[in-house]
Design a protein around this ligand. Structure first.
Ligand code: MG
Length: 389
């Protein structure tokens, strides 16, 4: 496993030689290795200018994906590539229609920040993140893609997996659920059989078909179930009836049973059910969490909502400090975004990181799953590589 924060002597010599070649011997003292910069012992290494490239990729779903919100055959996500000093970091964000985001809109935002990335010091990734937050309103998926690309670059530069930058032990990574979208009972049974390798399933509910859906799942498996209503029940009495029935079906938690705005009703519901209620659509950013603390038992953190790894990390720490349980979720996305979320997974109680498993043309490989447990890459940075290589 790579060391925590050291480049090799050979790399240092190469870097020094490149610096001498590029910027001249008089400036070499400003080009100390990045880890020295991080320790505050030197000014930021100027290196070459950073550059950013964007691409919208169309990810094809294995099955038509239906939730209470939409039904689709594919999803377009935004990829960001940050290149500097011969290294390229990759990031991805999955735009969320509910928040009026789309991949092309996000792409324009990132392309408009080329000047910032040309001069920014990636080692100060917190400062860079704050500057992006200051300049860009909304566009959280694009922010996530940028943050992931920068942290991938920093991790590669330091020879360190991202989870180690955050002091996390990959052995603590939790099980992940495998999600079953809303479908006919026949297709639902087929999806459950395909998910044989996953010890816990997450089933999408929230429509009139909830009971046939759960019965179809239960006709094939006895595994623990988690359910996600995606705000699909619109009155608290209906939600209470549904959850009390789900409790008899081996369901161990429920996500977003009522619309995000129905905080009072969710508090009422929480007092009457026995399984934990998690906020997803009600919990977008760190500032949302304190007001949720007495209405929900936990929060579902997604990098695409939060704006990346750094903001997701803050959300998890704030939720934990308030006594909430934590979960990492994802959108339908490739292994880039899912692996980025997995880098923080040793911190959380639950993981639902399967967006890459739902698509048939994943352009990258990264985190894997063994007996349901997330296995984090040990290679530097994000630890993803293109599928075709
Ligand atoms: Mg959800």
């Amino acid at each position: 496993m790579p060391g925590p924060s050291f480049i090799t002597i050979k790399e240092a010599h190469v870097e020094r030689r490149e610096c001498l070649k590029v910027i001249g011997a008089t400036a070499v003292t400003a080009a100390l290795p990045l880890e020295a910069t991080l320790k505050g012992t030197a000014r930021p290494a100027p290196g070459g200018p950073g550059s950013i490239r964007t691409e919208v990729k169309r990810l094809k779903l294995r099955h038509t994906w239906t939730t209470t919100m939409s039904s689709s055959e594919y999803r377009d996500t935004l990829f960001v590539y940050y290149t500097r000093d011969g290294l390229t970091g990759v990031g991805e964000g999955a735009p969320i229609v509910r928040y009026n985001e789309d991949a092309v809109g996000g792409q324009k935002v990132v392309d408009g920040l080329a000047d910032l990335f040309a001069t920014a010091d990636p080692a100060s990734f917190d400062k860079l993140n704050a500057e992006i937050l200051r300049r860009v309103e909304g566009q959280w998926a694009a922010k996530a893609a940028m943050d992931i690309a920068i942290l991938d670059w920093v991790g590669q530069r330091l020879g360190t997996p991202i989870h180690r930058l955050f002091g996390l032990d990959p052995a603590d990574a939790p099980l992940t659920t495998f999600s079953i979208g809303i479908d006919t009972p026949e297709i639902t049974r087929q999806k459950v059989r395909e998910a044989e390798a996953y010890p816990v399933l997450k089933v999408k509910v929230g429509l009139a078909t909830d009971e046939p859906t759960i019965e179809a799942v239960r006709s094939v498996t006895k595994k623990p179930l988690r359910v996600d209503a995606n705000e699909g029940w619109t009155n608290k009495e209906e939600a209470l009836r549904k959850i009390q029935w789900l409790e008899t079906q081996g369901v161990e938690m429920i996500e977003q049973p009522l619309p995000a705005a129905m905080l009072e009703e969710t508090r009422w519901l929480r007092d009457r059910v026995n399984i934990p209620i998690f906020a997803d659509e009600a919990c977008l950013h760190a500032a949302d969490i304190p007001k949720l603390a007495d209405a929900y038992d936990g929060v579902n953190v997604k990098l695409d909502k939060a704006g990346g790894i750094l903001q997701g990390y803050r959300m998890i720490l704030i939720a934990r400090a308030l006594g909430l349980k934590t979960m990492l979720g994802c959108m339908v996305s490739s292994s880039v975004s899912v692996t980025a979320a997995a880098q923080l997974s040793p911190l959380v109680d639950f993981a639902d990181l399967d967006g890459n498993l739902l698509i048939g043309n994943d352009p990258y490989q990264g985190v894997t799953v063994k007996d349901g447990k997330l296995i984090l890459p040990t290679t530097p940075g994000l630890g993803v590589r293109p599928t075709s290589v």
